[in-house]
Design a protein around this ligand. Structure first.
Ligand SMILES: Cc1cc2nc3c(=O)[nH]c(=O)nc-3n(C[C@H](O)[C@H](O)[C@H](O)COP(=O)(O)O)c2cc1C
Length: 153
């Protein structure tokens, strides 16, 4: 059994931060495992502050793309690359159960596109997605999936 549930995320305008905090509050009474949240933005000196994960984690990734349309023209990931670097660091991706994408459906085909790109790059699944801060339904659905992942071990 894994000693802790780890939620690794990045949040620029606070939506993902809010979701992860509410998710932790949902999960904690339902499990004996400690629930840790790791904000990659707090690891200020990219790489230098990074560490090797020794426990499984779920990544939470908002979408910030510049240009492109998600279909046939290029798009550039902006602002969230520290999370990608952390997942790549010391092969941390081996401990990643998967990524939960977030975004805004107004972006159409680019909705949560970066999560799909991470899944392809690192070979883990997109576990789910939610819009903006997420609704209570999202918290419960995603929280239950995470509990299943940690108890299925
Ligand atoms: C400059 C910018 C670009 C964005 N690009 C996308 C996008 O391509 N696809 C998408 O689904 N959402 C996009 N969003 C919406 C954000 O992913 C969404 O607001 C998210 O909840 C932000 O999370 P955060 O508050 O944790 O940083 C964009 C937002 C901004 C400000």
């Amino acid at each position: 059994m894994t000693p802790s549930i780890n939620l690794v995320y990045i949040s620029l305008s606070g939506n993902t931060q809010s979701f992860v905090n509410r998710l932790k509050a949902y999960l904690q009474p339902k499990t004996n495992l400690p629930v840790n949240t790791i904000n990659v933005k707090d690891l200020v000196k990219d790489q230098e502050d990074f560490f090797a994960m020794t426990d499984y984690f779920v990544a939470f990734l908002p979408t910030y793309l510049e240009g492109g349309n998600g279909l046939d023209s290029g798009d550039v990931e902006i602002l969230t690359t520290p999370l990608k670097n952390f997942i790549a660091f010391a092969d941390n991706y081996r401990y990643c159960y998967g990524v939960v994408g977030s975004g805004n459906k107004n972006f159409n085909n680019q909705y949560c596109l970066t999560a799909k790109q991470y899944a392809e790059t690192f070979g883990f699944p997109v576990l789910d997605d939610f819009e903006l801060r997420g609704l209570t339904d999202d918290i419960e659905r995603i929280g239950d999936k995470i509990l299943e992942l940690y108890t299925a071990q």
